[in-house]
Ligand binder design. Structure first.
Ligand SMILES: [Zn+2]
Length: 111
């Protein structure tokens, strides 16, 4: 049923295209085709931006004795100390994913 409905729609579109072309409105057809192409390309390129990875569970403490978990930006050098982890996805800085590093710190310097 759905297949025949789609075939009918495709046939209708084809007839409209042929009629428009026949009466000298080929530029309208080209405009619609180009518009559809731009729309499809844009949706494909920006699909990843609308898909957000949410937290996989409750946030957990990531405390390690004598060590700090540090997210570092390899572009500008900014560093963030990670205290609680809510998701495995790394934060972004300078449009790049930050890199997780384990930094050794003597216990007395943490307090
Ligand atoms: Zn940065």
């Amino acid at each position: 049923m759905l297949r025949s409905w789609r075939a009918l729609l495709a046939l209708a579109v084809l007839i409209v295209v042929v009629v428009l072309w026949a009466i000298g409105k080929g530029d309208v057809v080209m405009a619609v085709v180009l518009g559809a192409l731009v729309l499809i390309t844009g949706r494909t390129m920006f699909r990843s931006y609308s898909v957000t990875k949410g937290p996989t569970g409750p946030a957990v403490d990531v405390e390690e004795r004598g060590r700090l978990l540090v997210y570092a930006c390899e572009t500008c050098g900014e560093q963030l100390v990670l205290l609680r982890r809510g998701t495995d996805a790394p934060p972004r800085h300078c449009s790049e994913k930050m890199v997780l590093r384990h930094v050794d710190v003597p216990d007395r310097e943490l307090n």
